[in-house]
Design a binder for this molecule. Structure first.
Ligand SMILES: [Zn+2]
Length: 66
C-alpha cells in the first residue's frame, strides 16, 4: 500500500503486526494493520476494501452468520 508522508507521521506506529492487530481487535470499528513503506512500521487503516481480513475478523463474521 502506498502511504503519503503526512499520513505516516500522523498515524500511530506499531513495531509488529501482532501489536497492531491487538489494538485493531479492541477497536469499535473495523481496522486493518498494514506495513508502511515509509517507516517500515505498522499502521492501522479503516480502509479494508480489497484487503485480506485478519483472523479475528473472519472469526467474528463466521459467528455472526451462524
Ligand atoms: Zn509509516
Amino acid at each position: 500500500m502506498r502511504t503519503r508522508p503526512g499520513i505516516c507521521q500522523r498515524k500511530k506506529r506499531f513495531a509488529s503486526e501482532a501489536e497492531a492487530l491487538a489494538v485493531a481487535e479492541k477497536a469499535p470499528f473495523h481496522l486493518r494493520p498494514y506495513r508502511c513503506g515509509l517507516c517500515g512500521a505498522f499502521h492501522l487503516t479503516s480502509r479494508t476494501k480489497g484487503m485480506k481480513l485478519p483472523a479475528f475478523e473472519l472469526a467474528r463474521r463466521r459467528t455472526k452468520n451462524g
